[in-house]
Design a protein around this ligand. Structure first.
Ligand code: FAD
Length: 414
């Protein structure tokens, strides 16, 4: 019993209230969300929803009537501005105070802005919300219609997905990447190039080792963007600039309330997702979890964590010890390529990459190894292998690279 207040109406918040009711929590449950929309999932916003192939309703976590039916007090368009840990209350922008026995922070993350002159011109956009995706879909159609160019700044997952959607919409697309290849930090050179090739084959003008120096208006003194200026002086015409340079956790509330927040802005939580104040938990993008299997703090900005943290948070609130022990998992879709990645090279990294399958056809499973043990795996246009890859990681078995590379050897037999 008692009252649980969840701040943040994204996937992690919605799954937390669902898990509380599913596990029989009979106290009051309040879900406060800053957006006007009820909780929805973000992956479609840069994929099927952006290209128009997915229906809007598919994105929502629950039907509108679900909340009342489960006695969840859903309050939308409410922004929490402070946590008063002394009185155990949250304060929202209207000054309303809501008391809690347990508080769950689920405020997610905020896209980074481009900090250069002209970075705030009209037509310089980021993608985080359903409203952003609605707007971007219209903008892509308009740019395609006028024969203009979309410049994507940043070659991370969202940037590349937007590039694919923009090509699908018929736009000319340039992607600007600081590193020698997109996704280099996550995938390493060999596999990052697979994504670079994919986009180039689809007609994307992918430029690496470039830095944006400024954005310029279309007309002198105007408010709409017209061009991107690179550090070497190159000027690229741009009817629309999509900035995909990462996100930062929205942990200001936690920091102001004196909770332990790490250098990357993640809220430090134990394996039961409790922060440095046991009455306050954190879930989703925000949570830097002390991971029992991986033996270090793990914070991922991925759908799978937002989907599953709620169950652990609910267990903790109900007094059940159920450590969060899932291996990180991520997926992406770009053009006709589907990919899943699981595992965590972590602070110690990897020393070997092994590929099984056909790299040229982009039908493969790649493995990252440290001292002969698989620490992460990625399947590209190959399906139903994530469980086997995770079992391999969890076994910590030393594997023979030539067997790992051989598609004839079942992963379960390694
Ligand atoms: P969020 O989804 O960010 O939700 C947080 C909510 O809290 C927001 O609605 C916000 O408005 C609200 N909020 C913030 N501050 C306050 C406050 N003070 N008061 C009240 N409410 C507040 N992951 C994958 O694994 N695969 C993918 O393919 C993939 N694609 C993605 C595509 C896009 C375009 C984006 C943006 C993300 C994608 N992700 C993907 C990442 C995934 O969506 C996130 O990890 C996930 O949304 C995190 O959920 P969350 O609930 O922690 O935070």
């Amino acid at each position: 019993s008692g009252r649980v207040v969840v701040v943040g109406g994204g996937l992690a918040g919605a799954k937390t209230v669902e898990a509380l009711r599913e596990r029989g929590f009979d106290g009051s449950v309040v879900l406060l969300g800053a957006e006007r929309e009820r909780p929805y999932e973000r992956p479609p916003l840069s994929k099927g929803y952006l290209t128009g192939s997915d229906e809007r309703e598919q994105a929502f976590v629950h039907a509108p009537e679900w909340y009342a039916a489960h006695d969840v007090d859903l309050r939308l368009a409410v922004t929490v501005t402070a946590i008063d840990r002394g009185s155990r209350e949250v304060v929202d922008s209207d000054g309303t105070r809501t008391g809690y026995d347990h508080l769950v922070l689920a405020t997610g993350s905020e896209p980074r802005r481009l900090d250069v002159p002209g970075g705030d011109l009209d037509g310089v956009v980021t993608l985080r919300t359903l409203a952003d995706s609605d707007r971007l879909r219209e903008q892509l159609a308009r740019v395609a219609g006028s024969g203009g160019r979309v410049v994507v700044v940043g070659g991370g997952w969202i940037g590349l997905e937007v590039a694919a959607a923009a090509r699908t919409a018929g736009c000319d697309v340039t992607v600007l990447v600081r590193d020698p290849a997109p996704l280099l930090a996550v995938l390493g050179e060999r596999l990052a190039h697979a994504f670079a090739d994919l986009h180039r084959e689809h007609g994307v003008d992918l430029r690496t080792l470039v830095d944006v120096r400024a954005l310029q208006p279309a007309q002198p003194g105007g408010t709409a963007v017209g061009a991107v200026e690179l550090a070497d002086g190159t000027r690229l015409d741009a009817a629309l600039v999509v900035v995909g340079i990462g996100a930062t956790p929205r942990s200001g509330l936690a920091r102001d309330a004196g909770l332990a927040v790490g250098a990357d802005g993640g809220i430090e939580v134990d394996s039961g997702l409790r922060s440095s104040d046991p009455h306050v938990l954190a879930v989703g993008d925000l949570a830097a979890v002390d991971h029992p299997f991986l033996g270090e703090r793990v914070r991922v900005e991925h759908w799978d964590a937002a989907l599953h943290h709620g169950a652990t948070a609910a267990a903790t609130i109900l007094g059940v010890d159920e450590p969060y022990d899932r291996l990180p998992y991520f997926f992406t879709d770009q053009y006709d390529l589907g990919m899943e990645y699981t595992g965590w090279p972590g602070s110690q990294g990897y020393d070997e990459v092994v590929v099984r399958g056909d790299e040229a056809a982009r039908e493969l499973v790649a493995f990252w190894l440290r001292q002969g043990r698989v620490v992460a795996g990625m399947n590209v246009n190959v399906w139903d292998v994530v469980d086997d890859v995770q079992a391999l990681i969890r076994s910590r078995a030393v594997v023979r690279p030539e067997r790992l590379a051989d598609p004839g050897v079942p992963l379960a037999d390694l």
